[in-house]
Design a protein around this ligand. Structure first.
Ligand code: GDP
Ligand code: PGA
Ligand code: MN
Ligand code: MN
Length: 610
C-alpha cells in the first residue's frame, strides 16, 4: 500500500480515487501528494527542488521567489516525432499525426510505467483549463512524479484544492456526469533504494500520447513544458480540438488581444502563429503609434464558441505565460520584462549570472561572465550560446499589468479579426486580407513557416503548418478544415471575424528583417481595424487585399519607402512557385480535403496566371 502524505487533500470522488490508486499500483511511487495549490506547498516544493539541484533560487532583490533550472541537454523542446494521436480508427488521426492502435500503445506504455515512480512522490494535480465558474468547467487531473512540473502547473493553470472541491460538488449535485481528463505524466526515471536523484530526471524513450475518444493523456520520459504540463498542448489543444469538433466550437493555437484606438474604439484580435513565431510578443505589444493601446488576454491558446449574439467569443484557458526567453528585452517586450521582474517565475535553460539573475541572448546588460544553460562557464566571447534558443520563462498571467479585465470573464471576448502568420523569408507580404471566411480558411490551411527551436529537429525548414496547429490537431486535419469551413457556413458569416495573413519575418537581400516588428506591428493592427471599420484603403491582388499605397500608417517609421514597398509586395513569380507545394500539401488529404479548397486554389492559379 502506498502512503499518502500529510498534506493530503484526498477526495470523496470515487472515480478520481480509483484512478489515482490504479496508477499508484502501476507506477509504485513512495508516496502520494494531493496538491492544494497553497503558498506553503509552493515553498515546500521549490525548497525540495533546490535540494535536488533542479532549482537555483534567484537573487530575491532582483527576482523574488524565482528559480533557475537547466534541463538535461536532450530534453529541451516538444518532441513531435514522439507525439501520437491514438484514435481507435487510424483514419481519424489523419495524415499529419503519428498513430498507433490505442490498445497496443497502452500495453507498450504500461510496460514503461510499471514501477517508473519508485523512489519518488506522485503528485495529484486537480486543475481546470479556463474558468472554474465557466458554464461547463474543463477539468483535468494530472498525476506526475515531477515537482518541477507540479510547480510549473501552478503557474500555468488554475489548480489545487478549490478545483477538486468543485469537481466533488458538481459530481454530488449533478445528474449529469462531470467530465475530467485523466492526464498521466512520468519523467521515467525510477530511483533505486538510496539512489541520489539527478537535477533533471528524464528518459531517452519518450511518448506524448493522446487518446481522443477516451479524452485521456499519457506522457512519458520528458520534463519539458510542452510535453509535461499536460493542461497546455495535450489537453487545451489536442484533446480540446476533438471536443470542439464534436460540440461545434474551436480550440486554437492563438493569442488574444484587446486593441483600443485613440477614438476609444475597441476590437478583439486573435492570432495564430506557429511556436516561436511571435504570439507572446504580439499579445503584450506596446504600440509605437500614438494613442493606441493593447491589452493582453492570452498568448498561446484560444477556445472560441459562438455566443448568443452569433459572434465568435474567445477565452484564454491558461493562467500563466510560457514564453521564449531569447530576444525578450526592454525594447522588444517591455511588458513581458515587467511581468517577470515581479518574481514568482521559473526560468529554464537560460544563463545564470554571478549576481544570481538570469540572462539570455538579446537581453540588455550582457554579463562579463555567466554559467550557460549547459552548466559551463560562459563569456561574451564564448562560441556557444549562453541559453538554449527554446529557453523559457514561466510566469503568472495575473502579474501582467496590461492584462485586460476581460481575462476574468468566463464568457470571454467577441473576436473581430483573426490573423494567421508565420516565418517566411520571402513571398508572404506584411499583411493580406482574405476576401471571405472560406478564402481565409484556405489561407490558414496553407499557412507555411520555417521550423523553429520550439520542437526538436531541424530549424529553418519551410513547412505547411495549417492554422499554426500542425502539431496540435487531435484528429484528421482534413476534417479539421471542414470544421473551420462549417463554422462560417453554419453561422452568420457576417458576424464571424475577418481573416488576415501577416508576416513579420520577410528578409531583404542582405538577410536582415525588412520589417522592424515588435511594437511597430501596431501599424498593421491599425490597418486591420481600419479595414473592419471601412476606413482604410486596400488594393486587390491575386492573393487577397493588401494596403493601398499610403494606407499603412508609416509616420515616424525608420524605413525607406523602397523597404516598405518590398515588405508589402506581392511577387507573382514567388507565388507561382508556391502552387506546386500547396497542391502537394492538399493531395495528402485525398477525399477528406474540403472541395472548396481546390476551387480556391484554382482561383488563385487563374489570378496569378499560373
Ligand atoms: P511564440 O512562441 O509564438 O509566442 O513567439 P514569441 O513571441 O515568444 O517570439 C518568438 C521569437 O520571435 C522571440 O525570439 C521573439 O523575440 C521573436 N519575435 C517576436 N515577434 C517578432 C517580430 O515582430 N519581429 C521579429 N523579427 N522577431 C520577433
Ligand atoms: P509557443 O508555446 O507557441 O509560445 O512557442 C510553446 C509551444 O508551442 O511549444
Ligand atoms: Mn504554443
Ligand atoms: Mn509564446
Amino acid at each position: 500500500m502506498t502512503a499518502t502524505t500529510e498534506t493530503s487533500a484526498a477526495t470523496t470522488h470515487q472515480g478520481i480515487l480509483a484512478w489515482v490508486n490504479e496508477i499508484a499500483e502501476l507506477t509504485q511511487p513512495d508516496s502520494i501528494h494531493w496538491c492544494t495549490g497553497s503558498d506553503e506547498e509552493w515553498e515546500q516544493l521549490t525548497s525540495a527542488l533546490e535540494g535536488t539541484g533542479t532549482f537555483t533560487r534567484l537573487n530575491p532583490e532582483i527576482k523574488p521567489n524565482s528559480f533557475y533550472a537547466a534541463s538535461d541537454p536532450t530534453d529541451v523542446a516538444r518532441v513531435e516525432d514522439r507525439t501520437y494521436i491514438c484514435s481507435v480508427d487510424e483514419k481519424d488521426c489523419g495524415p499529419t499525426n503519428n498513430w498507433m492502435d490505442p490498445e497496443e500503445m497502452k500495453t507498450l506504455m504500461r510496460g514503461l510505467y510499471a514501477g517508473c515512480m519508485k523512489g519518488r512522490t506522485m503528485y495529484v494535480i486537480p486543475f481546470v483549463m479556463g474558468h472554474l465558474d465557466a458554464e461547463k468547467p474543463m477539468f483535468g487531473i494530472e498525476l506526475t512524479d515531477s515537482a518541477y512540473v507540479t510547480v510549473s502547473m501552478r503557474v500555468m493553470a488554475r489548480m489545487g484544492t478549490e478545483v477538486l472541491r468543485r469537481i466533488e460538488e458538481l459530481a454530488a449535485n449533478g445528474t449529469e456526469d462531470v467530465q475530467w481528463v485523466p492526464a498521466l505524466h512520468s519523467v521515467g526515471k525510477p530511483l533505486a533504494d538510496g539512489e541520489a536523484d539527478v537535477a533533471w530526471p528524464c528518459n531517452d524513450t519518450k511518448y506524448i500520447v493522446q487518446f481522443p475518444e477516451e479524452r485521456m493523456i499519457w506522457s512519458f520520459g520528458s520534463g519539458y513544458g510542452g510535453n509535461a504540463l499536460l493542461g497546455k498542448k495535450c489537453y487545451a489543444l489536442r484533446i480540446a480540438s476533438v471536443m470542439a469538433r464534436d460540440e461545434g466550437w474551436m480550440a486554437e493555437h492563438m493569442l488574444i488581444l484587446k486593441l483600443t484606438s485613440p477614438h476609444g474604439v475597441t476590437k478583439y484580435i486573435a492570432a495564430a502563429f506557429p511556436s516561436a513565431c511571435g504570439k507572446t510578443n504580439l499579445a503584450m505589444l506596446k504600440p509605437t503609434i500614438p494613442g493606441w493601446k493593447v491589452e493582453a488576454i492570452g498568448d498561446d491558446i484560444a477556445w472560441m464558441r459562438i455566443g448568443e449574439d452569433g459572434r465568435l467569443w474567445a477565452v484564454n484557458p491558461e493562467f500563466g505565460f510560457f514564453g521564449v526567453a531569447p530576444g525578450t528585452n526592454e525594447h522588444t517586450n517591455p511588458n513581458a520584462m515587467a511581468t517577470i521582474n515581479k518574481g514568482n517565475s521559473v526560468f529554464t535553460n537560460v544563463a545564470l549570472t554571478e549576481d544570481g539573475d538570469v540572462w539570455w541572448e538579446g537581453l540588455e546588460n550582457t554579463p562579463a561572465r555567466a554559467t550557460s544553460w549547459k552548466g559551463q562557464p560562459w563569456t561574451p566571447d564564448s562560441e556557444e550560446l549562453s541559453s538554449h534558443p527554446n529557453s523559457r520563462y514561466c510566469t503568472p498571467i495575473k502579474q501582467c499589468d496590461m492584462l485586460a479585465a476581460e481575462y476574468d470573464d468566463p464568457r470571454g471576448v467577441p473576436i473581430d479579426a483573426i490573423l494567421f502568420g508565420g516565418r517566411r523569408k520571402t513571398t508572404i507580404p506584411l499583411v493580406t486580407e482574405a476576401r471571405d471566411w472560406t478564402h481565409g480558411t484556405f489561407m490558414g490551411a496553407t499557412l507555411s513557416s520555417e521550423t523553429t527551436a520550439a520542437a526538436v529537429g531541424a530549424v529553418g525548414i519551410v513547412r505547411r503548418d495549417p492554422m499554426a496547429m500542425l502539431p496540435f490537431i487531435g484528429y484528421n486535419a482534413g476534417d479539421y478544415f471542414t470544421h473551420w469551413i462549417n463554422m462560417g457556413k453554419d453561422n452568420d458569416e457576417s458576424k464571424m471575424p475577418r481573416i488576415f495573413y501577416v508576416n513579420w519575418f520577410r528578409r531583404d537581400e542582405d538577410g536582415g528583417f525588412l520589417w522592424p516588428g515588435f511594437g511597430e506591428n501596431s501599424r498593421v493592427l491599425k490597418w486591420v481595424i481600419e479595414r473592419l471599420e471601412g476606413q482604410a484603403a486596400a488594393v486587390e491582388t491575386p492573393i487577397g487585399h493588401v494596403p493601398a499605397p499610403g494606407a499603412l500608417d508609416v509616420d515616424g517609421l525608420d524605413m525607406t519607402p523602397a523597404a516598405i514597398e518590398a515588405a508589402l509586395a506581392v511577387d507573382v513569380e514567388e507565388w507561382k512557385a508556391e502552387i506546386p507545394q500547396i497542391t502537394e500539401w492538399f493531395e495528402k488529404f485525398g477525399d477528406d480535403l474540403p472541395a472548396v479548397f481546390w476551387t480556391e486554389l484554382d482561383g488563385l492559379k487563374e489570378r496569378l496566371g499560373a
